[in-house]
Design a protein around this ligand. Sequence first.
Ligand code: ADP
Ligand code: MG
Length: 634
Amino acid sequence: MSKKQFKAESKRLMDLMIHSIYTHREIFLREILSNASDAIDKLAYLSLTDDSVKVKRGDLKITVTPDKEKRTLTVSDNGIGMTAQELEQNLGTIARSGSLQFKGEMEADKAADIIGQFGVGFYSAFMVADKVTVLTRRQGEEQAWQWQSEGADGYTVTPAQRDGVGTDVIMHLKPDTEEDKYSQYLETDTLRELIRKYSDYIRHPIRMTVEVHRQKEKPENAPEDYQPEWETVSEEQTINSMVPLWQRPRSKVKQEEYDRFYQDKFLDWQAPLATITTSSEGTVTFKALLFIPAATPYDFYTREYEKGLQLYSSGVLIMDKCADLLPDCFRFVKGVVDSPDFSLNISREMLQHTGQLKIIANALEKKIKNELAKLLKDDQEKYNKFYAAFGRQLKYSVVDQYGAKKELLRDLLLFPSSQGEGLVTLKEYAQGMAEGQPFAYYVAADSVAQAARLPQVERITDQGYSILYLTDEVDEFVIQALGDAEGKTFKSVSDPDALPESDEEKARQEEQEEQAKPVLDFVKERLGDKVSAVRVSKILKSDPVCMTADGPVSLEMEKYFSRLEGGMPMRAQRVLELNAASAPYAALKAALDAGDRDKAGKYAEILYQQALLIAGLPIDDPAEYTRLVCSLMQ
Ligand code: ADP
Ligand code: MG
C-alpha cells in the first residue's frame, strides 16, 4: 500500500499545524465538531430530496469519546460520510474552503495568529495528534474506508469496516511534554468545557459519557435511620445547549434568561442595564444579542480594556472579541453576533476585505443609538444610570475622529444646568431657554456648586437666561465640537461678547476703560507675564475680580492639559478682569492716586491671587499670599 502525497498547499498547512507553537490548540475540537455537524446537515438535507434516505431526526448526533488507555480522542457522527474519492478530495487537499488563503507565502508566527482567530479546518487535528485516522462510510454505500496520516509526509486510504453510515475521526494524541499536556484532551471535564466554550450552539446534540456522582435510590424497606448512599455511574449526556438564545424570538425568552446568559458569558455579577436584540436579512444576514452593562468595568477607561463582540457562524464561535463589529463610541456594549455568511475558515484579513463586518457594525451602531434614545425617552432614571457609567465615553466619542460621530451622539448627551436640578439634553436646555436668550451659555468648573458661584455667571442669570454647567474636563471640547444647541450658538459666560451691547453701552465701556487706564497699566506692569492682559470687566456684577482667557484655550482646558500624563503644557492666555464699580478697585485706585505704589502693588497681587482661587487654579505661592493678606491687617 503506497503512501499518497498531500497537495503542496496542504502540506504547508499541515507543517504549520504540526509545528504550531500556537497556544490555542484547543480550537481543533471546534473544527472537528463543526465538520461533524455539517455532515449531519448534509444527510438531513439529502433525506428531504431522496426518499430512499431514511433518517430519524432524533437519532442524529455527534459523540465524543476519550480513551485514556489508547490515548485517543474520537469524534463520531452519523452524518453523510465520505466515499474513497471524497476522502481523497476532501482530506488530501485543502478543499475549496477558506484555508486556501494559506497558499500565499505566510510566515509561521503570523499564521499562528490567524489560527487563533479562525480555524483552519480538519488539519487542525494535527496540532494535538501525531496520527489521525478517519473511518467513514458514505450514505448509500456498503463499503467503508479508512484514511490515515501521520503528518506531512502523506496519507493512505484503505478499505475498512464500519457499522452504519457516518464518520469517526480518531486522533492519536501526541506525547505530553513539559509545556504541553495533550492528555488534557482525554479529560471529560476539559472536553466539556471546550464544547461549551466553542460549540455550545451546534444544532445537533454532542454526546459524551461522563461520570456522575449521585444519590442511590432509597430502598423500599429502608430503616428509619437510613443514611442516603452515593454511587458513581457512567452516563451519556448531551453537553451542548444546542439552541442559542439569540436564535429564539425575543417574546419567547424571559429576561432572567437573558440576564443569566449575560452574567455567565461576560462574567459580570450584575444583570445588564439593557438588552438589545436585532437581526437583518439582506446584504448580510445576522442576528445580534447585545447588552449594556449596569456599571463601568473597572478597566474601562484604561488601555487594557478590549472592546468587541463575539462572532459566531451558524452557532460556532469564530472570534471571541471581534473589535471591527463594534463602533468605538459604543465600546462598552457586550454581546454576540451570529452570521451564517462567515466561513469558519476565513482569515482575519479576508474578513476585512469582504466588508461584511463594516455593514454589520454600521447596522449595530444605528440600533444601539436608537435603543439608547428610546431608553432616554421612556426611562429617564435608567438612562441616568447608564449615563453615569458611560456618558464620558459618549463625550469622548463626540470629540474623537474630528467630530465624525457628533451628530449621532448629540441627542444622547446630558448636562447639568441652571434650569434646575438634574441633567438636561441639549434639546431640553434649548427649549427651556428664556425668550430672546441670544446664546446657549455655558460655564466650566470643577462642580455644579462651584460653577453656579462663579462671578461671571451672575450677569447672565440676572437676565433670566440659563446656563449649562460643564463639570467634566472633556465638556468644553464637546461643546466646541457641537457648535450649537438647536441652532443657538454656544457661548462662554466669560466671553466679553456674551451679552449683546447697545452703542450706548459700548461707548460707556470705552470711557471706563480710558479712565481706568493708569490703574490697568499699573496692575499689568506689576503682574508682568503672569497675565496677558488686565481689563475692566464687562462680565462682573457684584464680585470685584475674575480670571478669564483670551484665545482658544480656556482655563478649564488648561487644567485638563496640565493633568494629562506626559503633559502637553497648554497655557491659557489669562486675562485679569477688574470690576471698576467695586470697593477693592476703589481702594486700589486710591492708593495709586495717593502715590502709595507699594500698597497698590500689594492690592494688585492679592486681587490676582483671588482671581486664581475663584477659578480653581493653583496660586503661585500660598505662603506668600497669606503673608501679603496679613500684612494689610496690621
Ligand atoms: P471545511 O469544513 O471548511 O470544508 P475542513 O478542512 O474542515 O474544511 O474539511 C474539509 C472537508 O472534509 C469538508 O468540506 C468535508 O467535505 C469533509 N469532511 C470533514 N469531516 C467530515 C465528516 N465528519 N463527515 C463528512 N465529511 C467530512
Ligand atoms: Mg470544517
